[in-house]
Design a binder for this molecule. Structure first.
Ligand SMILES: Nc1ncnc2c1ncn2[C@@H]1O[C@H](COP(=O)(O)OP(=O)(O)O)[C@@H](O)[C@H]1O
Ligand SMILES: [Mg+2]
Length: 363
């Protein structure tokens, strides 16, 4: 149980604690189970997707007694939800290794911290400025120019907490419409395409990357992922290098997703990163020798990282809201591999499942 020497390999049979109980946690549990691991979920919400497949402790991240009990009942902790309060991650780490650790989490939770970290690591992002008031916003917009995007520094996802600023947008009072919280202003990037690279780093410092994938968004939500990405080999190499540099600089254990913009002139800018399995890696469940979820298990348990080779051309299509009502259609479609998350209610914009397709490589 607890008191593991920090770098000991945790063999099959060990228990992995997962912070967060959404679909990413659910798929992580399934991958862990396949390798003979047990999982326990820490998630405030009852009946969360991961609770259907693993032991679940429903408590808040401010419940110190629950955090301590959870930490004592597992051998290592990882996460599927990046907004775990840092104080909670630190508290857990007093008892059991938390991978990735609180420091990497702190960087990934805050867009300003993230961009500052990236620039120190020599990695390019869109032009940006921190914004803490309407006056800051006006000054930042003068500096960065239009079009631009105002984003809350924390807690954004699926395009939530963002406001686009076009050439004619009236920005009067715009800072308050995002809640009056710390923000960043980013120059709008006229990208050619969006890609992501998922990198894993093991206890011994070994790094393995899945190849870059191409991401197509609809209403700011990931719609499809195409593998391989439609980029030249030199761009793919550049993107993988960025992910490697980032994960090494963070001294990170686990899987890190790095979202990037590819520009027409061949530049690759980092948009944001996620310290957990990522929607753009769901194709790996059916399309790679090792899935992104198995890779998390391997990394945080101190096992050798798995082979990231792709087994064919792949496409992942998200099922958003009522799209999952068509489950019978997907079940009947040759080649379609259906994944549903067990969510009782399909609200608009909610990720309900996905479908993976794997085709033979083009001759
Ligand atoms: N600076 C930008 N320029 C152009 N498009 C952007 C910019 N920032 C975000 N976007 C678009 O919005 C999507 C969501 O923004 P992102 O920063 O990734 O937030 P999140 O995924 O946390 O909602 C991106 O994948 C991209 O399509
Ligand atoms: Mg994003």
């Amino acid at each position: 149980m607890s008191n593991n020497p920090p770098n000991r390999t945790l063999p099959p049979g060990s228990t992995i604690g997962i912070l967060g109980g959404g679909q990413l946690g659910r798929m992580l549990v399934l991958a862990a189970a396949r390798l003979g691991y047990r999982c326990r979920i820490f998630e405030p919400q009852v009946d969360c997707p991961a609770s259907h497949v693993a032991d679940h402790l429903a408590a808040g991240y401010d419940d110190l007694a629950a955090l301590d009990a959870f930490a004592k009942s597992v051998d290592v902790i990882t996460l599927e939800f990046e907004n775990v309060p840092i104080a909670a991650a630190e508290r857990l780490a007093e008892t059991v290794p938390v991978r990735p650790g609180a420091q990497a989490l702190a960087v990934a939770q805050d867009r300003a911290e993230e961009k500052t970290f990236l620039s120190l690591a020599g990695i390019e992002t869109a032009p940006w400025a921190p914004v803490a008031s309407q006056a800051d916003l006006e000054a930042a917009l003068d500096k960065i120019g239009r079009p631009a995007v105002l984003k809350t520094a924390r807690l954004g996802y699926d395009g939530k907490g963002q406001a686009g600023i076009k050439t004619d947008t009236d920005i009067d009072g715009l800072f308050d419409t995002l809640g009056g919280v710390p923000c960043v202003l980013e120059g709008f990037v006229d990208f050619d395409l969006e890609i992501s690279v998922l990198a894993a780093r093991g206890l011994d410092g070994q790094i393995a990357c899945f190849e870059p994938v191409e991401n197509i968004h609809r209403d700011h939500i990931l719609h499809r992922t195409l593998v391989p990405a439609g980029v030249a080999a030199d761009i793919a190499a550049k993107a993988e290098n960025i992910a490697r540099t980032t994960i090494a600089a963070l001294d990170y254990i686990g899987l890190l997703a790095v979202e990037m913009f590819v520009l027409r002139d061949g530049r690759v800018l980092v948009n944001e990163m996620a310290p957990r399995p990522h929607n753009s890696g769901h194709w790996t469940i059916d399309g790679a020798a090792t899935s992104q979820f198995e890779q998390v298990v391997r990394a945080v348990c101190g096992l050798p990282l798995g082979d990231t080779t792709r087994v064919g051309r792949c496409e992942m299509v998200n099922l958003i809201g009522s799209e999952s009502d068509d489950w019978e259609k997907f079940l009947g479609e040759p080649g379609a591999r259906l994944h549903l998350y067990g969510k009782a209610e399909s609200r608009p914009g909610r990720k309900m499942g996905h479908v993976n397709y794997v085709w033979p490589e083009k001759a």
